[in-house]
Ligand binder design. Structure first.
Ligand SMILES: [Ca+2]
Ligand SMILES: [Ca+2]
Ligand SMILES: [Ca+2]
Ligand SMILES: [Ca+2]
Length: 540
């Protein structure tokens, strides 16, 4: 309604001009109605700049008297003068007085060519009709755009509500999942205490068993070593018998295994098996090397292309014997590491509430420790603990996902979609403009980019910053900042000037100063129902 009213007054305004037909007789030629009072034929004329006062007859006498040209409004006598054409029916105009009577029609009412009144036809009414038509079209467009805007606004407001509702809903869900997570954590921790205890016990038993085996193995080897060294099989190991094992030489620097050295090992002239096991074997079991080749079936099968002689086989066998205890040690180390890891995992959750990458689940059947499978009770506890961990992790993941969803919804809710939420329509959309060289893109609320038309990487000209129009209408411009930095220059930025249009459209792109781009973008979201500035009333 207001819109219609304005339109009517606009027509009336023009009609008024039209009806008056601008009686020009009562003011000097080239003088506007507003300046009429300054030209009083009954008085002397004072130049506008006050420099001179002249008789009124010298006004428009085709001789320039005033420095500012004010005495010759209707002739071309003054170089700096100005001629006013009324252009009744259309917009009044001021032209440089040099264009008066220059043979070219400058004013639509033809008054600038007054010396030859027939030279210029009055085209003001034609222009007026065209302007009115143009105005009407603009108003219709604006009106249609505004109708679209109202649709967008409706959608935008609904979307906002929807997002707000969704956030509420998710927050309730989050509260529930938090409770569930707490419960599952407690359950997990409770079962893990039992699990850890059972696994520790399992390990302890396994270790004991292994130690026992190792001990027995050591005794067996000791006994074997004794009987090997006791060459004459008299049940007594003597110094000469010991000397047949040069690897036992405690000091090889002298190049010989002496009887004295053998004596320091045996601590007696001879020892029986019992004394040997008690006092000697422990000191030499690391260095002792058997001279007896191992039985055939224990020998490592030589590689097909490798033919080994006896001595090499012996060394091979020796190496195996040497490596055996080391391997056991390694197993022991691994076991310790495993248990450390488990301990750490549990503590990652105990220390702080912060979310961390979920630990790798323990194997369903953990036999890596000792090759010894868990007993049924332990295995059951491990299974239960695995399930508890998995449930807890599931809850954690769900919580994390919900949190992410809430975060992105809140981010969207923080965006300024205009006073009526209409600009929501532009979110998640991109608009392109092709120029000779480039493809420019505007993705509102995201970024502005440029990429070579013929393919190539995209240059970010700015990321969504804020609305940046003047205080009276901040929605007149958008600012995209912190784009890719120019070589040796600032970060690229893009200002987007928003206009009312029948559709969302990137109209033009310019780079007014280096690395500072300017887009012109049309959208119904910028159309207003009543916008006096959109009607060029003053111009007519
Ligand atoms: Ca004059
Ligand atoms: Ca002219
Ligand atoms: Ca002997
Ligand atoms: Ca020696």
């Amino acid at each position: 309604m207001i819109c219609k009213y304005l339109f009517l007054t606009f027509i009336l305004h023009i009609d008024l001009y039209d009806a008056s037909q601008m009686v020009q007789v009562d003011r000097p030629r080239g003088v506007s109605l507003t300046k009429k009072v300054l030209y009083d034929p009954a008085k002397e004329f004072t130049c506008f700049d006050g420099s001179q006062t002249i008789q009124f007859q010298f006004v428009n006498d085709d001789y320039c008297d005033c420095n500012d040209g004010s005495d010759e409004p209707g002739t071309s006598a003054c170089p700096n003068g100005s001629f006013h054409c009324t252009n009744a029916g259309y917009r009044p105009q001021n032209i440089p007085s040099s264009r008066v009577n220059d043979g070219i029609c400058d004013c639509c009412d033809g008054t600038d060519e007054w010396k030859t009144p027939t030279a210029c036809a009055n085209t003001c009414m034609e222009l007026r009709r065209a302007a009115l038509e143009e105005n009407k079209k603009k108003m219709e467009e604006s009106s249609k755009g505004f109708a679209l805007r109202q649709e967008y606004a409706k959608t935008g407001q609904a979307k906002k509500l929807e997002r707000q509702e969704k956030v509420k809903e998710l927050q309730q869900e989050l509260a529930q999942i938090q409770l569930l997570e707490d419960t599952l954590k407690t359950e997990k921790e409770a079962i893990e205490i039992q699990e850890t205890a059972a696994i520790d016990e399992h390990k302890r038993i396994a270790e004991e068993k292994q130690q026992k085996i190792a001990h027995e193995e050591n005794l067996r080897k000791g006994a074997e070593a004794f009987s090997e060294m006791d060459v004459d099989k008299d049940g007594s190991l003597t110094i000469p018998e010991l000397l047949s094992h040069p690897e036992l030489d405690p000091d090889t620097s002298d190049g010989i295994f002496t009887e004295e050295e053998a004596l320091t090992i045996l601590q007696a002239g001879s020892v029986d098996m019992a004394v040997f096991m008690d006092t000697v074997w422990g000191a030499i079991n690391e260095t002792f090397r058997t001279n007896i080749p191992p039985p055939m079936e224990e020998q490592e099968t030589p590689a097909e292309d490798q033919i080994q002689d006896g001595s090499e086989q012996e060394r091979e066998a020796d190496r195996e014997l040497l490596e055996e205890p080391e391997e056991e040690d390694q197993d022991q180390d691994e076991e310790d590491e495993d248990s450390d890891e488990e301990y750490d995992d549990e503590h990652e959750y105990d220390e702080d509430g912060e979310y961390r990458e979920p630990p790798v689940l323990r194997k369903e059947t953990d036999t890596s420790n000792s090759g010894e499978p868990y007993d049924e009770i332990t295995q059951n506890l491990v299974n239960q603990a695995n399930e508890a961990r998995s449930k807890f992790q599931e809850a954690q993941t769900k919580k994390k996902n919900l949190e992410n969803e809430v975060e992105s919804l809140n981010k969207a809710l923080e965006l300024d979609f205009g006073p009526d939420e209409g600009y929501q329509a532009l979110q998640f959309q991109c608009f392109e403009l092709l120029t000779m060289e480039y493809k420019y893109k505007l993705c509102p609320y995201d970024k502005a980019t440029q990429s070579p038309k013929n393919g190539g990487s995209e240059t970010v000209l700015g990321r969504w910053g804020s609305w940046s129009g003047p205080p009276e209408n901040i929605y007149a411009k958008m600012m995209y900042e912190n784009g890719i930095t120019c070589w040796n220059g600032p970060a690229r930025s893009t200002e987007v000037v928003i206009r009312c249009g029948m559709e969302h459209k990137l109209l033009s792109v310019d780079e007014p100063s280096r690395c500072a781009y300017k887009y012109e973008f049309a959208t119904p979201c910028a159309c207003t129902q009543v916008d006096p500035n959109a009607l060029p009333r003053d111009e007519l």
